[in-house]
Write a protein that binds this ligand. Structure first.
Ligand code: SF4
Ligand code: SF4
Length: 484
């Protein structure tokens, strides 16, 4: 006789059946009736196998009940009480982790003054007006950055270069020159560089659009939705709204730039939580292929910060849109809600993160003067510097960062079933909320768990209704553009 108890999993229902999300392995396991019954009988208690088999007598014969117990032990949904699962060691990545994505802040200046912007508001990390960093990146620094990327990407054949700001297009001449230089240098060393940028769209004009289309540059537009929502926060320095300026330019871009799908990136605030309306406007009226939403990063004191009630509202709307995504995809039709697609891809690939994102690992930001930082949001911050494009990555600082930020050291996350996908959340959010990047973002755990549960359900449904859609993630056919 052996005594059994439950291990770490999250139970969810989809397509009329029960599934387990197995936390240590980030795998999904579909329960048949006997296994569901075993877990039901066991609950949170400890019971012997004989006890469980006896409790199931009349519903399942002994052989079926014992087979179900064996299978659940094998996948580690349950385990022998006398033999607890070993605690996984804190594994740090290999020392010279290759750089996959470099985000180049070609300027820290902006022609908009969005009220909630982390770079210009009260929550800013770097003084971009009076600080020591140049306002614009020079062509020489951009070239050095390209060399840095080619070198630090190690054996990878493909590297990603994303242009960022401030408003990226304020420094279009350097961007243009950098793409030509990077393309030539990459070819010389037998690599390919994939280019993308984020812009507020105010400076788009026919020559720029032509260039982006011809060079297959991935474009993400920061936009908050229809006129009244866009103009609530996304304003020029004189307070005038930007919708009237950007709308025709975006339509022109979408008409001409067909070499890559164009995505919109929406910042949500407590005042603009109208996700369905925003989504409809951006896809149906403007013609974006994809829309990704992110809650504003700000201290809780700001009136536009999303509070507990706001996260509940946001989750309800995300769920409704995710179910619309499901119905479309199940019928082999496109749907552009990129948040759900990105999470489905991570679930499908069994992602289990020791760190919340690639920052400091495969992704680094570069400031206008060539300082290398944790990510684009920390570019120019001395406290989050990881070397320079001239001297390379400061591997000691990087090692210390990875040592201090591992999910194994986040006590609350260690008890949370959503940690394979969340791992504590964005460092920048934590820095703004708690003054340190090491803290997990405990203010939005309910939202994260609710959203992860929804995505697991959608995944379970699709695994029955359109498994081919999920299989396409293996072939990278439905991979999202990077949304920063
Ligand atoms: S931050 Fe919250 S939701 Fe995320 S892993 Fe930690 S405890 Fe879970
Ligand atoms: S999730 Fe946060 S820390 Fe990570 S890359 Fe994005 S902004 Fe930077």
């Amino acid at each position: 006789m052996i005594t059994l108890s439950r291990r770490e999993f999250h139970l969810f229902q989809a397509a009329g059946r029960d599934f387990l999300y197995l936390v240590p392995s980030a795998a999904i396991f579909a329960l048949d009736q006997p296994s569901a019954a075993v877990l039901n009988v066991l609950g949170n208690a400890s019971r012997s196998d004989d006890d469980i088999v006896a409790a199931l007598a009349g519903r399942f014969d002994e052989a079926a009940a014992r087979a179900a117990i064996r299978e659940l032990v094998e996948v580690r949904a349950i385990g022998y009480q006398q033999r607890p699962d070993p605690v996984l060691p804190k594994m740090l990545p290999m020392a010279a982790f290759p750089l996959n994505t470099m985000v180049l802040n070609v300027t820290n200046q902006c022609n908009l003054a969005c009220t909630y912007c982390y770079e210009y508001g009260e929550d800013k990390i770097v003084d971009t007006e009076h600080g020591k960093q140049s306002k614009f990146m020079s062509e020489a620094t951009a070239r050095e950055s390209v060399e840095f990327l080619l070198k630090e990407s190690g054996p990878s054949r493909i590297a990603h270069l994303t242009f960022f700001g401030g408003e990226t297009l304020l420094n279009f001449p350097v961007l243009q020159a950098t793409i030509a230089y990077a393309r030539q240098r990459a070819a010389e060393v037998g690599k390919t560089i994939d280019f993308s940028l984020t812009t507020n769209a105010t400076l788009l004009k026919p020559e720029i659009i032509e260039f982006l289309a011809e060079n297959q540059v991935g474009v993400t537009i920061s936009i908050d939705g229809p006129q009244e929502l866009q103009n609530r926060f996304r304003v020029f320095h004189n307070g005038a709204g930007s919708y009237e300026v950007v709308a025709p330019k975006i339509k022109e871009l979408l008409k001409r730039h067909r070499s890559r799908p164009i995505g919109a990136r929406v910042t949500l605030t407590s005042d603009t939580l109208d996700i369905t309306r925003i989504y409809r406007h951006l896809t149906e009226e403007m013609g974006f292929w994809e829309v990704g939403f992110a809650p504003v990063t700000t201290s809780p004191q700001q009136q536009y910060a999303i509070g507990e009630h706001g996260f509940d509202k946001m989750l309800g709307q995300f769920r409704a849109l995710a179910h619309e995504f499901l119905e479309n995809v199940a019928a082999n039709k496109h749907h552009g809600f990129s948040n759900v697609k990105d999470t489905l891809e991570e679930i499908h690939k069994g992602v289990s993160k020791a760190y919340p994102c690639g920052a400091g690992l495969g992704l680094l930001g570069v400031s206008t003067d060539g300082d290398v930082a944790l990510c684009h949001r920390f570019a120019g911050s001395d406290a989050h510097k990881f070397g320079t494009v001239r001297d390379g990555i400061d591997r000691e600082t990087q090692r210390a960062f990875l040592e201090d930020h591992h999910v194994a050291d986040k006590t609350d996350c260690q008890k949370c079933w959503a940690r394979p996908l969340c791992s504590g959340g964005c460092y920048h959010e934590a820095h703004v909320r708690y003054g340190t990047t090491t803290r997990p973002n405990l203010h939005y755990c309910e939202w994260i768990r609710g959203w992860t549960d929804t995505c697991l359900q959608i995944y379970g449904e699709l695994s029955e209704r359109n498994p081919d859609f999920l299989a396409r993630f293996d072939r990278e056919e439905v991979k999202a553009e990077a949304v920063l």
